[in-house]
Design a protein around this ligand. Structure first.
Ligand code: FMN
Ligand code: FE2
Ligand code: FE2
Length: 407
């Protein structure tokens, strides 16, 4: 666990976690950090205490001791969010000390009862404050449905630090550079990609609530944003606020000036047209990504489609329906409420077709509202004429994404 000073009397404890499936689903190839914060006045508060995924809090306690904070001295546990990556250590904390107060929203209080049977709870509402002494005053600001109903911001009024929990977070392990002003260009690019992956995997379903949370962050005068995952923003906190605003647009059809080919092929017929599509995209100088299903991880698939303004779906008919790994990917995108994308589909069939019908069903069922140019279907191997239609479809798609790109 790393110990970092954020401001006078405010410290961060952060650890990298690797080799887990985040939320039990998302393969996080580049790890994730769990960040915890300690605020010391006359009284001491810990915000979003973290432990290893193994559930053993020893690392946290040892780190606190090394910082000169005896765990027994902690008076307040601020639970911004009940998800166990932030609160999983409370029950073991109870074993070393029992006179502490948990501070959380009413919704978290209900869950705390069911998770830990805890009764020393102070429920806070919008604008409530907690004076720790020595000029350290915390205020609390519920931000429901980011991404659980219980979530809140904690704000330290003196240093103007926003402890934003999951909001403004990113996947990705951190090295020695913790603050935005320390990050190299490569590290900034890395956290942009990992931020998009985090937003699209974990947060995007709740985009309308995230927008409210963005507004709330803007209402507070914020000098430092200290999230539960990823770097701390002290030089330019507005930047991560703007990034999150941009991601919220990606959820609803905007995207980077990129095309993603989401494809699958059993015997290479559809694949021939994919190769042709690549030739066209290269000729047009368009950046594109290829996701062959089912070989790609769910995490990367969702993130890559999410950030792209244009989507090409290339998949054949399989048992009267859409090639299942591509259908599964689209269903996942639908569950995540990734709506309004500009899209184009082509694919091969053998006798009846049926892929197209299922594609429409998936779009309708999930109310995805993707805007498709006319699909191209061909029997068996694509002929010259089919490839021309594929080219025309791509050119129309490229036209359609022009006013959808937000970098
Ligand atoms: C298991 C399987 C199921 C198929 N089901 C259908 C079908 O229901 N209707 C149809 O028109 N073609 C069906 N086909 C034929 C494929 O759509 C056709 O072979 C197509 O060219 C495959 O394209 P690909 O090589 O890109 O996978 C099926 C093929 C396989 C192997
Ligand atoms: Fe969470
Ligand atoms: Fe989290």
């Amino acid at each position: 666990m790393k110990k970092v000073k954020i401001a006078d009397g405010i410290h961060m404890l952060t650890m990298n976690v690797e080799d887990i499936l985040f939320e039990g689903i998302w393969e996080i190839a580049n790890g994730v950090t769990l960040n915890s914060y300690i605020v010391e006045g006359e009284k001491t508060a810990i915000i979003d205490g973290v432990i290893g995924w193994d559930g053993v809090p020893d690392t946290l306690y040892n780190s606190l001791k090394e910082m000169g904070v005896e765990p027994e001295r902690i008076d307040y546990l601020i639970v911004n969010h009940m998800e166990p990556d932030h609160s999983g250590w409370i029950s073991s904390f109870q074993k070393i000390k029992d006179d502490f107060t948990i501070v959380c929203t009413d919704k978290a209080a209900k869950m705390l009862g069911s998770f830990y049977g805890e009764d020393k709870i102070r429920v806070v509402k919008e604008g409530d404050t907690l004076d720790l002494g020595k000029g350290k005053v915390l205020s609390f600001h519920p931000v429901p449905n980011v991404h659980w109903p219980d979530t809140m911001y904690t704000y330290e009024m003196n240093s103007k630090t926003l402890f934003s929990c999951d909001m403004f977070g990113a996947f990705g392990r951190m090295g020695d550079h913790i603050f935005d002003d320390e990050l190299t260009k490569e590290e900034r690019d890395f956290f942009e990609e990992e931020g998009i992956r985090y937003y699209s995997n974990v947060m995007t379903t709740f985009t309308p609530s995230l927008r409210k949370a963005i507004d709330k962050a803007k209402e507070l005068e914020v000098k430092i944003i200290a999230p539960g995952h990823g770097p701390v923003y002290r030089k330019d906190p507005q930047r991560i606020i703007d990034d999150y605003s941009r991601y919220s647009l990606y959820a609803e059809g905007a995207g980077k000036n990129e095309v993603t080919i989401l494809w699958g092929s059993m015997y290479g017929m559809t694949a021939k047209a994919v190769a042709h599509a690549e030739t066209i995209l290269k000729r047009e100088g368009v950046k594109y990504n290829k996701l062959e299903m089912p070989l790609e991880s769910e995490s990367l698939m969702v993130a890559t489609v999410f950030k792209s303004a244009g989507i090409i779906i290339a998949a054949p008919t399989y048992e009267y329906k859409l090639f299942p790994p591509v259908a599964a990917a689209l269903n996942e995108l639908g569950r995540k409420k990734i709506t309004g994308k500009q899209a184009f589909r082509f694919g091969s069939y053998g006798w009846s077709g049926g892929a197209e019908k299922e594609l429409k069903e998936i779009m309708d069922r999930n109310r995805m509202n993707w805007d498709f140019v006319e699909s191209v279907e061909f029997e068996g191997s694509p002929e010259e004429e089919d490839l021309k239609k594929v080219e025309a479809g791509i050119l129309e798609l490229l036209e359609n994404i022009k006013d959808k790109t937000v970098e």
